[in-house]
Design a protein around this ligand. Structure first.
Ligand SMILES: [Zn+2]
Length: 272
């Protein structure tokens, strides 16, 4: 019996040293400097139906900037399906950020007068941001600070930049603003954490163009942030296929580029 135990222990020790040997090259390899953030705005149904399943299949984590969600169901005794599904997304490790309660945008972008940003003063806008923060506290659990995305990437109200007021609010970790496909961030030290630029991806952008942005980010050893809306839907729509191509590429190139949530990525860039 003792002889058998000795053999088993010996084999276990061999396995441990073999494992250590196999893992050693990975430990010395270091992590890639380049980071990609996948962000999605407006809590659109296509994100629940298409994006989250595609992300989860490859174990990629993303950031969703959400507005007020429908709080009831048309089936007696059932919880609101969108509340249940967004809560599940949060539990799965995706980040849910603040995108105001009712998403006010400038009239020049086609917003109706009554709901446009011009109908707001600073106090009303801050009140919506605070309310959305409490709303997310109730749904996902309390957090002292959350990421914020400016509705329609508009960073001013009444012609005045409100990033400083946002900072004073004390509940916003980092703010995401807009930009184009050339907004790769390589200098984290001088980055304004409340105006982190992203690529507002326009309708019909191909998988190849999305991958080109990833490659540019890798070359810059920096951070690249995608700002998506619908995937397989209507608003600034990118096809499910193009989105899948991007995710497959990110997954296959995990040794060259990391995919992180917005708050984690900006925090890391600020420390560089
Ligand atoms: Zn939005």
């Amino acid at each position: 019996m003792r002889y058998i135990t000795t053999i088993i222990l010996g084999l276990m020790a061999m396995q441990i040293s073999l494992d250590t040997f196999c893992q050693a090259p990975l430990k010395n390899k270091g992590v890639s400097a380049a980071i990609i953030c996948l962000t999605y705005d407006d809590a659109l149904p296509s994100q629940l139906d298409n994006v989250i399943p595609q992300l989860n299949a490859l174990n990629l984590k993303a950031t969703f900037f959400v507005n007020s969600l429908a709080g009831s169901s048309n089936q007696i005794g059932h919880a609101s399906p969108s509340l249940v599904r967004w809560k599940a997304a949060s539990i799965q490790g995706h980040e849910l950020g603040n995108h105001t309660l009712f998403h006010p945008c400038p009239e020049r972008l086609g917003w109706e007068k009554e709901v446009a940003l011009e109908a707001y003063d600073l106090e009303r806008l801050m009140s919506e941001i605070r309310t959305m923060h409490s709303y997310l506290d109730i749904i996902m659990g309390k957090k002292s600070k959350r990421a914020y995305a400016y509705p329609c990437n508009e960073t001013s109200i009444g012609g005045v930049d409100y990033a400083a007021v946002l900072r004073e609010l004390g509940i916003i970790s980092y703010g995401r603003s807009g930009g184009d496909a050339h907004n790769n961030i390589s200098n984290g030290k001088d980055l304004d954490g409340l105006k982190v630029p992203s690529w507002h991806v326009m309708e019909g952008t191909t998988g190849a163009a999305l991958i080109e942005f990833v490659e540019r980010t890798i070359r810059s050893n920096g951070l690249g942030i995608f700002q998506f809306h619908d995937i397989g839907g209507l608003l600034f729509n990118v096809s499910k296929e193009a989105h899948q191509d991007l995710l497959n590429y990110l997954s296959a190139n995990a040794d060259r580029v990391r995919v992180m949530t917005f708050s984690d990525a900006v925090a890391e860039m600020k420390q560089r």
